[in-house]
Design a protein around this ligand. Structure first.
Ligand code: AMP
Length: 224
């Protein structure tokens, strides 16, 4: 935690696509009161609103590639400058490159803050491929399901099988590309935060509740 601003807690969730960052981020944010910031969600919201940024982001997202750093960094820095982020936040899906990490460090240090901890949700490549292959989401409400691990709810008027769609970036070619992009561009962040003494690793192949408990423990270790 920052020495100069005891109230602010900036935490990063790091891990390959399909590690469960999104699910864990929502639950951890609810348990801690931290603001949840997902750059993937921000891009999808821009897309729904038909903005130029959303249309630009879509061309990269559909191929499983990263949206360029300049665009991503300026969107994120504008977001964390708002008043609701001044007590800190939980970053989900950002940073994804060393350049993004450096920009975030610079922006926080300019306001006398810093990252408290980066929690890596560690999951093997084989497991990731299995998980991402079955991921579907409800076309109406966006809830995420998995054909094997968390099947759609046939009794629901909304989230039944008929309404399920597969995100373009969860299709097989895009999955392979996302894993390669992770290895090339995002995995170097493990060393980046480890060298800064800010990395904590949890086993992402446990049941989700156990992952969540370990995550909370990692946060408690830096906020007490
Ligand atoms: P996510 O929902 O976090 O899996 O993100 C979905 C897609 O949005 C990614 O595959 C990227 O195309 C894009 N994206 C999200 N966050 C970032 C980021 N920090 N940098 C670049 N692209 C991103």
């Amino acid at each position: 935690m920052s020495q100069t601003d005891a109230a602010a807690l900036y935490v990063i969730l790091l891990g390959p696509p399909g590690a469960g960052k999104g699910t864990q981020a929502v639950q951890t944010a609810a348990a801690t009161g931290l603001l949840h910031l997902s750059t993937g969600d921000m891009f999808r919201e821009h897309l729904r609103n038909g903005t130029d940024l959303g249309n630009l982001a879509k061309t990269y997202m559909d191929r499983g590639e990263l949206v360029p750093d300049d665009v991503t960094i300026s969107m994120l820095l504008e977001r964390i400058a708002r008043s609701d982020a001044q007590a800190g936040c939980l970053f989900d899906g950002f940073p994804r490159t060393v350049e993004q990490a450096q920009a975030l460090d610079d922006a926080l240090s300019a306001q006398d803050d810093e990252i408290a901890v980066t929690v890596l949700i560690d999951v093997s490549n084989d497991e990731i491929t299995r998980r991402l292959g079955g991921r579907v989401s409800c076309a109406d409400c966006g809830s995420v399901f998995h054909n094997i691990f968390n099947p759609p709810d046939e009794s629901s008027p909304c989230c039944d099988n008929v309404n399920m769609i597969q995100r373009d970036d969860d299709k097989p070619e895009a999955i392979a590309n996302r894993l390669q992009v992770y290895a090339d561009q995002t995995e170097p962040l493990v060393a980046y935060y480890s060298n800064a003494g800010k990395l904590s690793t949890v086993n992402g192949e446990q049941p989700p509740a156990a992952v969540g408990d370990d995550l909370l423990e990692a946060l408690q270790a830096v906020s007490s």
